[in-house]
Design a protein around this ligand. Structure first.
Ligand SMILES: Nc1ncnc2c1ncn2[C@@H]1O[C@H](COP(=O)(O)OP(=O)(O)OP(=O)(O)O)[C@@H](O)[C@H]1O
Ligand SMILES: [Mg+2]
Length: 148
């Protein structure tokens, strides 16, 4: 049993790259599922954008709202389940994609997806992005379990 941890980062836009390098050090693997949770406009797509930049990819990061899945470089997968919902996400076979080597970043992940991942033996990281009104920074709360 791996010990559960929760680590908090206070992140203004300028220090997102630093936060990403620290988060990657925590993840410590070339393959991981990263569940991004946060209110509308909290910074989920922005996180993915800097994540992709961290790997020196110039790919244009956009929310895969209608495309459902974007792939950057060879091994960064970006999903958004806001529009499609978990059931259709599974029906379209996207859940199977998580077996692919690389980083899988999921916007609008939820506890149902987390539960299903666990049931099928996938480890994941949950990043809760907390935005306060009136502040120009976010709190990234990173854990290896779903945080209620
Ligand atoms: N760490 C941060 N500090 C300050 N501002 C940020 C940070 N991350 C993102 N932002 C700002 O928040 C706004 C919304 O970001 P973004 O589009 O990434 O949110 P989102 O969570 O993907 O939204 P949606 O719910 O529509 O998918 C942008 O203007 C972005 O510059
Ligand atoms: Mg988004």
């Amino acid at each position: 049993m791996i010990k559960k941890f929760v680590k908090k980062f206070k992140v203004s836009e300028q220090v997102i790259p630093k936060a990403i390098s620290e988060i990657l050090a925590i993840i410590n693997s070339p393959s991981a599922i990263i569940l991004l949770e946060g209110d509308l406009g909290s910074g989920k797509t922005t996180f993915v954008k800097y994540f992709v930049e961290y790997f020196d990819l110039n790919d244009n990061v956009t929310s895969p709202t209608f495309t459902i899945q974007n792939i950057y470089g060879a091994n960064i997968f970006h999903y958004d389940i806001y529009q499609i919902g978990l059931n259709d996400f599974i029906k379209l076979g996207l859940f199977e994609m998580f077996s692919e080597k690389g980083y899988h970043l999921v916007e609008w992940a939820n506890i149902d997806l987390a539960t299903m991942l666990k049931r099928y033996g996938f480890d994941f990281f949950h990043i809760k992005i907390i935005a306060n009104q009136d502040t120009n920074y976010r709190i990234y709360q990173v854990s290896n379990e779903w945080q209620i």
